[in-house]
Write a protein that binds this ligand. Structure first.
Ligand code: KG4
Ligand code: ZN
Length: 341
């Protein structure tokens, strides 16, 4: 089954064709970075406008690259949650129109679940595969979730951030210091030339009881932005030192919660997904863990992309599940909040 995937939840306008939930025939990701960079962050109105301008051409390119015609597509899968509402609505409306015009099945999916599905895709770039059950680390601009995944649509939330998301902290630190946009990728690059011991930023005191798998980023964000001098180890420091020290602590916060969860469960495979899963320090720290198998999607599948949407959608469609054409978009997903006993 050839599924057309559409993803417009934030600032990437993406269309892809994936066969049988596995083989990526094409995956076009048109990034809006240059349009948001002057504001050091995503401007929702610009994002939805660009999606409107680009979605047709991006989809056409995805079909052309796959060597397919509109008539060759068997079904459509689209992100309808979570994300920027105006942006989501562009992809959702386009996907509905495509499916309606062709009279083919249509499914609206959760793009956070799709991030966890990314390593199940076989692309030319990677043979990395994952198997259920596993411990999921979902780290994007808006979410930080540690979960147990038993199937593509069956996840149990073990821990979350109690305030800011990890990606959000990268973005806000980069924005404050004018390091550039998108913040996570810029900080990752700057950190390569910085001293990660130039500052000793505080870790949240969150590792006990109900919060054993939770994380918090408001403390470190505040420390880096408002109390920098309080935490310096070196008298003279560079922007690269700030980036490297921040990145190290931000990743250690994630690792502490994740490794607590690994210790308390029978799960020995970790699957990471979402933009922050591209972080080189996170990838290198996790790859050195000897008792754990850590699966990362290839870099091009960490951020938002339509291949993971088409891949995930296939599994719902195979079960015979479709969405009605009046399904709507939602900015937030309540199921991603942890329930405390
Ligand atoms: O999954 P994603 O592309 O979009 C959302 O669903 O939010 O994630 C975007 C987030 C941003 O916060 C961005 O700064 C972060 O991923 N990010 C990174 C890196 N690349 C992107 N964070 C840390 N290191 C990176 N290399
Ligand atoms: Zn995402």
């Amino acid at each position: 089954m050839k599924v057309l995937g559409i993803e417009t939840s934030c600032d990437e306008c993406s269309a892809a064709v994936v066969e049988d939930g596995k083989n990526i025939l094409s995956n076009v990701v048109a990034t809006q970075i240059p349009f948001h960079a002057p504001w050091n962050g995503v401007v929702p109105e610009i994002a939805s406008r660009k999606h409107t301008e680009w979605i047709y051409a991006v989809t056409k390119e995805a079909l052309d690259k796959a060597g397919l015609r509109v008539e060759d597509i068997d079904a459509v899968s689209v992100t309808n949650r979570p994300g920027l509402l105006g942006s989501l609505l562009v992809g959702l409306s386009f996907a509905k129109a495509f499916a309606w015009a062709r009279n083919i099945p249509f499914i609206a999916v959760d793009h956070m679940l799709a991030h966890l599905y990314a390593p199940f895709l076989i692309s030319d770039a990677s043979e990395t595969r994952a198997e259920y059950p596993f411990l999921g680390l979902l780290v994007s601009g808006g979410h930080t979730i540690i979960c147990r995944a038993d199937n593509f649509d069956d996840i149990k939330i073990l821990g979350t951030t109690i305030d800011d998301a990890a990606g959000e902290a990268f973005d806000k630190v980069a924005k404050f210091y004018n390091f550039g946009y998108p913040g996570g990728a810029v900080i990752d690059k700057m950190a390569q030339n910085g001293d990660s011991n130039a500052f000793r930023f505080p870790m949240p005191s969150l590792h006990k009881g109900d919060h054993r798998y939770d994380v918090s980023y408001s403390g470190i964000k505040n420390a880096v932005i408002n109390q920098l001098d309080m935490f310096k180890i070196k008298e003279k420091y560079s922007n690269e030192d700030i980036a490297a020290s921040f990145q190290k602590t931000a990743v250690e916060i994630l690792l502490r919660a994740l490794l607590n969860a690994a210790e308390d469960t029978d799960l020995t495979t970790i699957v990471a997904g979402g933009g922050v899963a591209a972080n080189s320090y996170l990838r290198s720290r996790l790859s050195k863990k000897v008792n754990l198998r850590c699966v990362f999607p290839p870099l091009e599948l960490c951020g938002d992309n339509a291949a993971m949407i088409a891949g995930l959608g296939y599994h719902y469609l195979k079960r015979g599940e479709c969405s009605p054409l009046n399904v709507t978009a939602s900015a937030r997903v309540t199921g991603f909040k942890k329930k405390y006993p």
